[in-house]
Design a protein around this ligand. Structure first.
Ligand code: SIN
Length: 323
């Protein structure tokens, strides 16, 4: 499917529909399986410096058509043992993006290096988990702390570095701008939206941790707005995340300014056939709207094809972004 192949920071991908972090990323075999099932790339679980158990159950609340709230607490086996899983996924043919978190720039840099050595083709820095003490968005909401992490990682690896941003901020584009200035090659937006559920009978939060992060259909409008605002402010590529379950959802993110998308929550309901379904749907949307490739459509909604400019402003916007 030539029309939907994409490129994020010098790395080419066969299609722009990626497996999001935290879904099926426990093992190299499950990552390789998602790639065989049609994902354009697979993003690992977020991996930290040492093994971490995460929060006690319950860690997930299902909210029907809205999506779900999770608070896993970044459980992972630590980079030392996870390196092997990346190598297995690579051997299985997958384009692997390593997702990682740390408490400081040094931890991020060390994990990044290990992931690069294991074969990751790019890295996604988790600067956005909405509820882990001293980690994730506690770092990523502060442009200075976010920049320090990105600079340190950029010094330790040669592969492209994406910053995964939080929507739990008053100005997501400012975070993207800080990331780009610090050397990030791309940004991914959004991580989950801070949320919670209360059991009125028990008069207690449902999640053991209390606060969690919302994902699924309800957050798509928030993700789209963040991608839109980021596209207006920075020129590095954007990977769109949040509530994507159809080709049309993916097309909307592309029109807002994304060059690829990640799917996560919808996989739980629809299964692995979702990758091909979203790719086919996106391809059909591009064709229907007269785009000969995905790049032409990136950010196209930023300038409607209105009679006064006949799309010339749109071409200007696209070329300012390197199209
Ligand atoms: C979790 O492990 O609780 C979720 C991770 C994230 O939201 O980044």
């Amino acid at each position: 499917m030539e029309r939907i192949s994409t490129e994020i920071a010098r790395v080419s991908f066969r299609n722009p529909v990626f497996l999001a972090s935290g879904i099926w990323g426990e093992s190299g075999l499950s990552l390789a399986r998602a790639y065989k099932d049609g994902a354009g790339a697979v993003i690992t679980k977020s991996i930290g410096p040492v093994p971490r158990e995460g929060y006690p159950n319950p860690t997930v609340v299902e909210l029907g058509d809205w999506g779900l709230i999770n608070a896993m607490g970044l459980p992972n086996p630590g980079i030392e043992s996870y390196k092997e899983e990346i190598a297995i996924a690579r051997k299985g043919g997958a384009a692997v993006i390593g997702s990682l978190f740390g408490a400081n720039p040094e931890e991020f840099a060390a994990i990044a290096k290990a992931m690069e050595e294991s074969g990751a083709v790019s890295l996604e820095l988790n600067l956005s988990c909405p509820h882990a003490k001293g980690l994730g968005s506690e770092i990523g909401q502060d442009p200075k702390a976010l920049s320090e992490v990105i600079s340190a990682v950029k010094k330790s690896v040669r592969i492209p570095v994406w910053a995964k941003l939080t929507p739990n901020t008053h100005d997501v584009a400012a975070l993207a701008e800080a990331a780009a200035k610090a050397g990030a090659d791309a940004v991914a937006a959004i991580n989950t939206v801070r949320a919670m559920a209360i059991d009125s009978k028990a008069m207690r939060p449902i999640l053991a941790h209390g606060l969690g992060g919302m994902s699924g259909p309800a957050v798509k409008p928030i993700g789209l707005a963040c991608v839109w605002q980021i596209y207006e402010r920075v020129k590095i590529p954007i990977v769109g995340i949040g509530g994507i379950a159809t080709g049309e959802d993916a097309f909307e993110y592309i029109l807002a300014g994304a060059s690829a998308v990640e799917v996560g929550t919808a996989l739980a309901q629809k299964g692995a056939g979702l990758f091909r379904e979203v790719c086919n749907g996106l391809d059909a949307q591009l064709k229907e709207h007269g785009f000969s490739n995905l790049k032409e459509a990136v950010g196209a909604a930023q300038c409607p094809l209105c009679p006064p400019c006949k799309g010339s402003r749109r071409k200007g916007i696209a070329s300012a972004h390197g199209a």
